[in-house]
Design a protein around this ligand. Structure first.
Ligand code: ATP
Ligand code: MG
Length: 435
């Protein structure tokens, strides 16, 4: 993208409405703009981050056998009457009436809809287990939308749903999702810790929240330093081995970790290496048995004859909230410091003197090498302003091209995270960025 032709409206001043770093930086770096209370437009650079997060989440869901699909945002009230949640859900639900006076709603979650789809398509025990997910916009009319995309009214969520023959099967699905979550967050560079949670309005009896550490988090958290050493990359755990899933679950749940609501001073006293801080909830998973399948009449033929009621779980990731959480975890005074895996652009090419034939030529050459995926700062601006914007936007690499270096094909390559700068040929810079 050429910056002179991009809708990336960076701001020098700190917007007064933003109380936390991520909200300030998302506005200042031109990632989003609020269009109504708690509702945001994702401008080109912000949308790229959202897509990168979605891609990682999708790959890790598919890697544990979860099928990608897409359900609509608008749902029928009748479906929610079948589960008994239509009246129970309260004012967070946006209720809509169409021209035929039919009652609709903008989905806050999709348990009912998928239970209905599975009810139509799955008839026998042979068709189970099933695990499906989509990444779709949700609407919840939050009392107090705040902190930008962290608590919006319209927000993007990955929600997965599992359908198993029995409790034992549901536990395997639950553990697979846990592993997929840990792998996803690790790929984004985040340390996330699962903590036992109340099952809340979704109901059931087994639930974990995934908490990312950041000073502005909504909850106080306490955990064992052992979590800092866990690694979910490579083939540490095989998602299709029950023994590995068991080991993974045990590694994640035997050490102490709790939010203040669940904090237990007696158990905490026994932890040798203590850590505490603030945390942001980026995911929440539940096992809830037959809470929806039973009232909605989901039945499948059982192996020995008769019917059985599938056991379900649901698994949410706050995809749009993660953009804020990532910035809370990765920023400094100058701006955002994107981890490579989610950065909107792998690099920015800073042309210090547009109009200078040498600078233009070398910059265009660098830009072409990225096939349109890098950001090319070709604006007629002071060098200082360009450097400030590059740091603010947080591109992992900066390729700085000035008249002196252009004569010999040399660029200055800066790593945003460390501030380290080297003078190298363009070819060497590209090789280093490609890793
Ligand atoms: P919270 O306690 O923060 O309201 P929740 O328990 O209502 O979250 P779930 O229904 O489990 O959340 O939704 C799954 C995930 O979606 C959450 O872990 C969170 O990351 C994200 N999420 C929930 N509500 C919002 C919101 N209003 N804005 C942005 N993300 C949200
Ligand atoms: Mg909520």
């Amino acid at each position: 993208m050429r910056l002179s032709r991009s809708l990336i409206p960076t701001l020098k001043e700190t917007p007064s409405e933003a109380q936390i770093a991520s909200h300030r930086l998302m506005l200042r770096a031109g990632l989003v703009r609020q269009t109504s209370s708690g509702i945001y437009a994702w401008l080109p650079a912000g949308w790229k981050v959202l897509q990168n997060i979605s891609r990682i989440v999708t790959e890790e869901q598919e890697a544990v056998g979860c099928q990608a699909m897409l359900m609509p945002t608008i749902q029928s009230a009748d479906l929610w009457r079948q589960s008994g949640r239509y009246d129970a859900y309260g004012p967070e639900m946006l209720r809509i009436t169409d021209r035929h006076q039919r009652e609709l709603l903008y989905g806050p979650t999709n348990e009912e809809m998928l239970t209905d789809l599975v009810r139509q398509g799955v008839k026998s025990y042979r068709d189970l287990p099933q695990m499906l997910f989509h990444i779709q916009w949700k609407f919840r009319d939050e009392v107090r939308p705040r902190f930008g995309v962290m608590r919006g009214r319209e927000f993007l969520m990955k929600d997965a749903y599992s359908f198993d023959l029995d409790y034992a099967g549901a536990v395997v699905s639950y553990r697979r999702q846990m592993l997929a979550y840990m792998r996803s967050f690790q790929r984004m560079g985040l340390k996330a810790i699962p903590m036992v949670a109340d099952t809340g309005p979704i109901g059931g009896n087994l639930s974990h929240e995934f908490i990312v550490l950041a000073p502005t988090g909504e909850s106080q958290v306490y955990f064992d330093a052992a979590f800092e050493k866990l690694d979910f990359g490579g083939d540490t755990y095989n998602a299709f081995s029950d023994a590995d899933l068991e080991r993974c679950y045990s590694d994640l749940t035997t050490h102490y970790a709790a939010t203040d609501e669940k904090h237990d001073e007696a158990a905490w006293a026994k932890v040798a290496d203590k850590r505490e801080g603030r945390g942001i909830e980026v995911g929440h998973i539940f096992y809830f048995g037959t809470k929806y399948s039973d009232p909605m009449g989901l039945r499948v033929a059982a192996q020995g004859g008769g019917d059985l009621i599938p056991h379900m779980g649901s698994y949410g990731v706050g995809v749009s909230r993660l953009v804020g959480a990532l910035i809370e975890a990765f920023h400094d005074e100058a701006g955002i410091i994107w981890p490579d895996s989610v950065a909107p652009f792998p690099a920015v090419i800073v042309n210090l003197k547009p109009g200078d034939a040498g600078c233009d030529e070398l910059s265009e050459k660098a830009y072409a090498a990225f096939k349109g995926q890098a950001l090319y700062d070709d604006r007629e601006e002071r060098a200082g302003a360009k450097f400030a914007d590059a740091d603010l936007m947080g591109h992992p690499w900066q390729i700085v091209i000035g008249p002196r270096g252009a004569k010999t094909g040399t660029v200055e390559l800066k790593r945003r995270a460390t501030g380290e700068k080297v003078e190298v040929s363009l070819e060497d810079a590209l090789a280093k960025i490609a890793g």
